[in-house]
Design a protein around this ligand. Structure first.
Ligand SMILES: [Zn+2]
Length: 177
């Protein structure tokens, strides 16, 4: 349940302006960049990875996407993260995935059993493109490249990964590119 739904359940009010009056607490709303729905402020001044950086976190009431304000990041942060990816909390598991997929027989199943997002990728591909050879997959922002690698091993035609940020590491070199 998103925060707007919760407010409406508690207060039974439909409009955001009405909720602001009824709740007597500040409700900050921004337009969602994906669907243009109303997104409510969930966390204010959350600490960023770079000392002295802070972000407000919004949650969209229509599509449930979360995003930050300001919606920008310093490229250097990803350079720092990927230079020591093995020990950065949250990213260390990505490094672990990139190592394990090279050693298991069915890397895509391994990823699907590790995190729901990979399961969702596989299910969506099976639903919309049951013939693996009928599509070509481009992963944008591929990080360490293990998902593209695993899709390739599962029989999907993958194109060269697109690195969104400069100087990030590519630990897996794919064949068939
Ligand atoms: Zn949205």
């Amino acid at each position: 349940m998103n925060v707007l739904s919760l407010y409406r359940k508690l207060y039974g009010e439909k409009t955001i302006e009405g909720l602001k009056t009824m709740c007597k607490i500040p409700i900050t709303v921004k337009k969602c960049g994906l669907c243009r729905g109303n997104a409510l402020l969930r966390y204010e001044k959350m600490k960023g990875y770079i000392e002295g950086s802070f972000f407000d976190v919004y949650e969209c009431s229509s599509c449930n996407a979360t995003f930050v304000d300001p919606l920008k990041s310093d490229e250097k942060i990803y350079d720092y993260i990927y230079k020591q990816v093995q020990i950065v909390p949250g990213y260390d598991r990505y490094y672990r995935y990139s190592e394990v997929v090279k050693k298991v027989n069915d890397p895509l199943s391994f990823l699907c059993n590790s995190e729901s997002v990979y399961w969702a990728v596989r299910e969506t591909l099976l639903k919309y493109s049951p013939r693996k050879d009928s599509i070509s997959i481009l992963e944008i922002g591929s990080g360490l490249g293990y998902l593209t690698y695993s899709l390739n091993k599962a029989g999907y035609k993958t194109t060269r990964q697109l690195k969104v940020l400069r100087n990030s590491l590519i630990l897996l070199n794919l064949r068939n590119q």
